[in-house]
Design a protein around this ligand. Sequence first.
Ligand SMILES: Cc1ncc(C[n+]2csc(CCOP(=O)(O)OP(=O)(O)O)c2C)c(N)n1
Ligand SMILES: [Mg+2]
Length: 326
Amino acid sequence: MKDGLTRERLLAAYRVMLLTRLLDSKALGLHNQGKIGSYTSSAGHEAIHVGSVYGIDKQDWIFPYYRDQGVLLARGVPVEQLLNRYFGNASDAMKGRDLPNLYSFRECRIFSIAAPIASNLQISVGFALAARMKGENIVAISYFGDGATSSGEFHTALNFAGVYKAPCIFICENNQYAISVPFKRQTASQNVATKARAYGIEGYAVDGNDFFAVQTAVSAARERALEGLGSTLLECLTYRHSAHSTADEWKRYRTQEELEEWMKKDPLKLMKDYLIARSIMTVDNERKLQDELQAEIVAAVKSTENIPPPPEESLFEDVYATPALR
Ligand SMILES: Cc1ncc(C[n+]2csc(CCOP(=O)(O)OP(=O)(O)O)c2C)c(N)n1
Ligand SMILES: [Mg+2]
């Protein structure tokens, strides 16, 4: 198997892709039941998420954005911790603060997410340069959408990364829309990858529905970064299967035909077909895996949904070094 991707590793990758899709569907259900706040679905992004994490090392730092549930699960964040975040309960690492999809899992080397789009990019560049000064042999990988590439932060981060040859990988998850704005209204450039040239870094367009394409491109970008050859921008092309978030109605700006065309390239289906065609997995094994993961999710919801909210007194914890009032 290419690039050290053994059968076990491929099955593990498929498992986490499927877990991401099933947990996503559960989270949408929990929102519809009024149990969690607004939620941004990751359906359609699984090959980018899992493929990219399988292309980096455990030591590398991750700077995700709000749609990156599969990145978190592939890095090893337990399902219960994601659910604690969604419920904003007393066991939530962020003590119930902020929207469900804004995460922070320092122990997994996952940097905190802030809501402004592209705000993680400059931080990832500074982080990568600091790590290099400290002699650490790691890369910083950051994630963002196609809409985020129109922000000043995108330009500043890539420019700085180019000048200082920062050991960074920039993953643009181009899902064709920024809420309701289609990609052709986002930029007059041919694509996002080509923008890399202006910053003197490498840039490639990658099939974001293909786990192998993403894994291979990220792994090569990591090698380049650690050889001192600088950053890489990878534009991973995919499609957002559902609405931007639970707060909008996608049928007002996208057609059913467009969705159906992209659903033929569903990353989960492509990976499943590949594994079955090469006898790495059988149809039966896959069904069993689905049942097993569903049971795991149901058990995780059961163990987290009744945890009470964080105590009110915790509201000002971690806010001031010396609280003004007690
Ligand atoms: C600086 C800033 N401007 C506007 C917003 C509101 N906003 C939230 S998500 C979003 C669309 C982002 O689209 P894209 O970057 O393509 O990511 P996607 O949601 O498609 O994954 C916008 C405009 C924001 N969060 N931050
Ligand atoms: Mg988008």
